[in-house]
Design a protein around this ligand. Structure first.
Ligand code: ARG
Length: 589
């Protein structure tokens, strides 16, 4: 369906054209004075210079052509030359009818559908998933769902970090603890055990202790480096161990992401692309992109217009080792080969911004990706505690994702039980749903690049700009629907959305009609917070309408049925939007 604002623009443009003015002057925007009108056009002001006429004269000319158009209840020229418009109730109601009649609420993709790879999640194998990865998962998931809803072909890739020093650290630590394992025997030729020599619980303890030790013990750190190097160069025993680490870790990660309602289409990992590196590096040398610098192999990526110097992108260190950037370049080689995407979106901590600038420039310059491929970086800020410092647990440790989810779920549960509104078991289920909404909305409603404060009390509040408030609004609608369905004299299926009978109903209808604008701008600006904003405004518009309207006591049955239809549409819009944001509403709360 065409966006409402585009339809109005077309009409006003025609008005300008009919008066002999430039058509493009007729662009319509949302009113910035909602007390005066719903939409406005400022084209007469621009036209004044062009036609050497007072803007109000032009505005009046155009308004002359608009009056009588059934789309408008009111179209007027006001000084110095604004055209102010209010939509006719019948037109708006008809627009919503069409939306409601469409399975996808009238939303169509803008332009040609793209193939988009979204790189998000980015957990590191064998390291516990912590809140630093939470934002990537939440924001990335919503961008994936949004892009997909708008008709794009999306491939969500978790891009596991499985090829770094953490592997060498774990291997060395294991060697100290269980030197008798066959993985460490130099010329062992037999098969290795199928069963991993550790559980996930042990693994999670091994890494931090190895990491701490490497900081104090240089000899150990050196050994871990060597083990990493050997692994990366195909040591059989280490590869077998690495496989165990991977398997144990991945099944745990999957469980964690499942709890978050986050799913990936592919589980690619850094190690998968190592095979592309030799040829890639060779080509960069041959084609003269790479040069040697203090023994390392680098590609220059600075540009004249850089305000701050962008250092060269390093391909190989002096000892021949590859780096994070090498792996990301090789990943681009593979993504081009497998998906030939139009766009790749990276949802990563904004502190990695320089790294991605280097990688993107290098990939473009050396032709790893085609020139038209859009490489986008959606960098997010830090989640802080109430003290303004990066979020920690009460005992000061890095907060693990599971605990965080549990903490917020528990807080909601207590709140529900205080109200004694539910059986214990239902309360647990509901608390989990609400908790997830609180967590995700609390994150997504902030502009991604900004740091934000994780404040459980605020996030779980049923009032204000929070996830639970949105859910509460949906639950309220569900309950009215249920009461209406129980009426014996209701006229089933006959309702049509009617022209609004009050200002708050009109405001609600207008808000519903803006769903498509909200989705499209959230997509094009890669800004899920824009969608949150819309959902919040729509909820506010609904609640205002609800407080001012006697829905169940309405005696005019047609009017009542129209309210119910409108409610149903509001619910669908809200539910669709929160599904895109990655959470859902319970039946009661
Ligand atoms: N594993 C990385 C980290 O924890 C994030 C990976 C982001 N994606 C990428 N293609 N580099 O920092």
């Amino acid at each position: 369906m065409k966006k409402l604002i585009d339809r109005i623009t077309e009409i006003v443009e025609q008005g300008f054209a009919d008066c002999g003015y430039e058509r493009s002057l007729g662009k319509v925007t949302l009113s910035n004075r909602p007390d005066l009108c719903e939409y406005q056009c400022n084209g007469a002001m621009a036209g004044a210079k062009l036609y050497k006429k007072a803007p109000i004269v032009i505005a009046n000319d155009v308004v002359g052509k608009l009056s009588g158009n059934e789309v408008f209840e009111e179209a007027g020229a006001v000084n110095p030359g604004f055209i102010n418009m209010k939509l006719s109730g019948a037109f708006l109601a008809e627009y919503l009818e069409q939306m409601d009649g469409d399975e996808r609420l009238g939303i169509c993709p803008e332009g040609k559908p793209e193939t988009i790879v979204i790189d998000y999640g980015g957990p590191n194998v064998a390291k516990p998933l912590h809140v630093g990865h939470l934002r990537s998962a939440i924001i990335g998931e919503s961008m994936k769902r949004l892009s997909r809803f708008l008709g794009h072909k999306v491939i969500g890739d978790v891009h596991l970090g499985d090829w770094g020093l953490q592997m060498g650290l774990i291997i060395e630590e294991l060697r100290e603890r269980q030197p008798e394992l066959p993985y460490f025997k130099e010329d062992y030729e037999g098969g290795y055990p199928e069963e991993a020599p550790f559980t996930i619980g042990e693994l999670e303890e091994i890494y931090p202790s190895a990491s701490a030790r490497s900081k104090m013990d240089e000899g150990f750190a050196k050994k871990a480096h060597d083990a990493t190097f050997k692994l990366q160069n195909g040591n059989r025993g280490y590869l077998a161990l690495w496989n165990h680490i991977l398997n144990v870790s991945v099944s745990d990660l999957k469980k964690n992401y499942e709890n978050l309602g986050v799913t990936f289409d592919i589980w690619k990992k850094e190690s998968d692309v190592q095979g592309y590196i030799p040829a890639m590096v060779e080509r960069m040398k041959e084609e003269g992109f790479a040069r040697e610098s203090q023994g390392a192999l680098v590609v220059d990526v600075s540009e004249e217009t850089d305000a701050k110097e962008v250092p060269p992108c390093i391909l190989l260190k002096s000892d021949g080792a590859t780096l994070y950037s090498t792996t990301d370049l090789a990943t681009l080689v593979e993504r081009e080969k497998l998906f030939a995407p139009d766009r790749i979106l990276y949802v990563v901590d904004k502190r990695q911004s320089l790294h991605f600038t280097q990688v993107f420039r290098c990939a473009k310059k050396t032709g790893i990706v085609r020139p038209q491929v859009k490489l986008d970086f959606l960098g997010f800020g830090t989640m802080n505690g109430r003290d303004g410092k990066p979020f920690k647990t009460r005992d000061g440790g890095i907060m693990r994702l599971e605990y965080l989810i549990r903490e917020i779920g528990d807080a909601v549960y207590e709140k529900i039980m205080e109200n004694k509104s539910m059986e214990e078991e239902d309360a647990r289920e509901t608390a989990k749903m609400i908790g997830l909404a609180a967590l995700k909305y609390g994150d997504l409603s902030n502009q991604a690049a900004k740091d934000y404060v994780f404040d459980v009390d605020r996030f779980i509040s049923f009032e204000g700009d929070t996830g639970p408030y949105i859910l509460y609004t949906i639950v309220r609608i569900k309950s009215i629907q249920a009461r209406y369905a129980a009426l014996s004299d209701r006229r089933e299926g006959e309702g049509r959305i009617l022209p609004a009978a009050s200002e708050s109903e009109k405001a609600l209808q207008l808000m519903v009609s803006r769903m498509q604008d909200a989705l499209l701008s959230a997509f094009s600006e890669q800004a899920p917070h824009k969608l949150c904003q819309y959902v919040y405004e729509l909820s506010n518009a609904f609640n205002k309408f609800y407080h001012e309207t006697k829905i169940m006591a309405e005696t005019d049955q047609e009017r009542q049925a129209a309210y119910i239809r409108l409610l149903g549409l509001v619910r669908r819009v809200l539910e669709t939007c929160i599904d895109i944001l990655g959470f859902e509403a319970p039946d009661r709360m």
